[in-house]
Design a protein around this ligand. Structure first.
Ligand code: ZN
Length: 501
């Protein structure tokens, strides 16, 4: 018999490749696929999801795992066997019919959402969203959750292993309270950023050229990746050698493209930085979605909205756009990209209000999954919570409950990982500043590679050797908490707006 570990790895690579083909179809659907292709695409993705699921839950993988667990394993080998056994146990709870139905319904729901959103009509989306929620509730029941836990825990675990409502509730409350305090202080400031300077005419070709230049400096390898355009920026990866980023360009609004590209670039560096010797196994998989988001948010905000970053890049930006920004100082530009204002759209939200948007979605998702909130009541519940937490009320569903793609894709339990990403990012940034000598000077000199190398060693190459809380503690010396993020809000926005809280 072959070495069972080698045979297991071969099987895992095949499952990984089936999943990658599925991802490629999804990427195509969100970038280039003609609208009429939706029905066939729903069928194709359902087929691939089913094939990957069947292969992963096959007796063959079960037998190989049993054989491996009787071997004398190194630490890394043990990680592979343990994580695969854990994933397989979860997958075995799900009948193939449910996996296929979820893939089919969410593929269809995505297209319905696109139509409903542009028509600003939730009623068009309501029926199919109800089916998605129902399937996700079935999934939660099939997977199960710990005694005394919440059905939402079952879904969370799929994105952020080990995260629970009991862990998140107090954390999200604390972050919301801190964000509200910061927001109140900043709103009371007499400093007002000139955000109009970001709404001038910016050639889309030049925006793209600038984005590519920054990504290149960050160390994103264009030989092993692409940058394209989509309605909702995202990153997908089929292999560390083929990582796809998207951003979006508005000819009259500069930040969307730049911060979209830097954000997705952070995700892309994580994927390109995974361990090349173990592709297809948990040693070469991201640790969690929260960790993934920590990479994007660290680059986008901790670095991309910092003064040292723009000391180097603002002259480049000015030069790129000719006269468009010639009358705007570095300081005015830096303040503008850190503009704070309660707003309706999460992806355009500033860092002070961003987590409040997540808190709204978190409460609603928990209620939907627990069966405490009917899908038909969602728009009103959304509007009420936005008004009480963020202080603004949407006038149309497309600026409210229909704004995000996630629910149409069945991504429920996913939003909290964005908030965790912000917290992890703040902790990683503190550690990077302590561990990389002359950190700010390097950033101000255009050196982004030192940070990329540090992240590669500390985070990317670790794969799934540690769960997120362990990895955060290992890198930063402290378990995940809201402390660094709260400190960061004070340090960044206090001086900019000349306020304290
Ligand atoms: Zn992201």
């Amino acid at each position: 018999m072959d070495n069972p570990l080698k045979a297991l790895t071969d099987e895992l690579v095949r499952v990984h490749d089936l999943a990658a083909i599925h991802e490629l179809l999804d990427w195509d659907q969100q970038t280039f696929m003609p609208r009429a292709g939706a029905e066939a695409r729903a069928r194709q993705t359902a087929l691939l999801a089913g094939l990957a699921h069947e292969r992963f839950t096959s007796d063959r993988i079960g037998e190989l795992l049993d054989a491996c667990s009787n071997m004398d394993l190194s630490d890394d080998e043990w990680v592979v066997v343990d994580r695969v056994a854990r994933d397989r146990k979860r997958a075995l709870c799900l009948p193939t019919s449910l996996v296929e139905e979820l893939a089919r319904v969410t593929s269809e729901a995505h297209q319905v959402w696109v139509t409903a959103r542009s028509a600003k009509r939730f009623d068009l989306f309501e029926e199919i969203l109800g089916r998605v929620i129902d399937l996700k509730r079935q999934k939660a029941t099939a997977v199960g959750w710990p005694d005394g836990g919440h059905p939402y825990d079952a879904l969370l675990d799929g994105y952020e292993p080990g995260a629970t409502v009991a862990f998140l509730d107090p954390l999200i409350r604390e972050v919301s309270d801190e964000s509200s305090k910061a927001l109140q202080a900043v709103m009371g400031s007499s400093v007002s950023p000139r955000t109009d300077i970001l709404r001038r005419g910016f050639s889309v070709e030049k925006q793209e050229a600038f984005c590519r230049r920054v990504l290149d400096a960050m160390g994103f390898d264009f030989e092993a990746g692409r940058l394209d355009e989509s309605a909702h920026p995202f990153t997908t990866s089929f292999d560390p050698h083929d990582v796809r980023l998207t951003t979006r360009y508005h000819g009259d609004y500069l930040p969307a493209a730049i911060f979209g590209a830097i954000h997705e670039g952070g995700h892309g560096l994580y994927e390109q930085g995974l361990d090349l010797d173990h592709i297809g196994t948990p040693l070469s998989e991201p640790g969690s979605l929260g960790l993934h988001e920590s990479q994007s948010r660290l680059w986008e905000n901790q670095i991309g909205r910092s003064l040292p970053f723009w000391r180097f890049w603002y002259p480049v930006l000015q030069e790129t756009f000719g006269d468009v920004l010639s009358d705007v100082s570095l300081e005015a530009f830096h303040l503008a990209v850190n503009g704070v204002r309660p707003s309706l759209i999460r992806v355009e939200a500033d860092e002070v209000t961003y987590n409040l948007h997540i808190a709204v979605r978190y409460e609603l998702e928990k209620a939907l999954i627990a069966g405490d909130l009917a899908v038909g009541d969602l728009p009103e519940a959304w509007n009420e919570r936005m008004e009480s937490l963020v202080g603004v009320r949407p006038e149309s569903d497309s600026d409210g409950v229909l704004q995000d793609v996630h629910w149409s894709m069945g991504l429920i339990g996913y939003f909290p990982t964005y908030l965790l990403g912000n917290l992890y990012a703040a902790q990683f940034a503190v550690a990077a500043r302590e561990q990389i000598t002359d950190f700010d000077d390097r950033i101000a000199a255009g050196d982004l590679m030192s940070l990329r190398e540090w992240l590669r060693n500390q985070v990317h190459r670790q794969g799934r050797r540690y769960e997120a809380p362990q990895l955060v503690e290992r890198v930063t010396g402290r378990p995940p908490s809201a402390e660094s993020f709260s400190g960061y809000l004070k340090e960044r926005f206090g001086p900019l707006y000349d306020v304290t809280w």
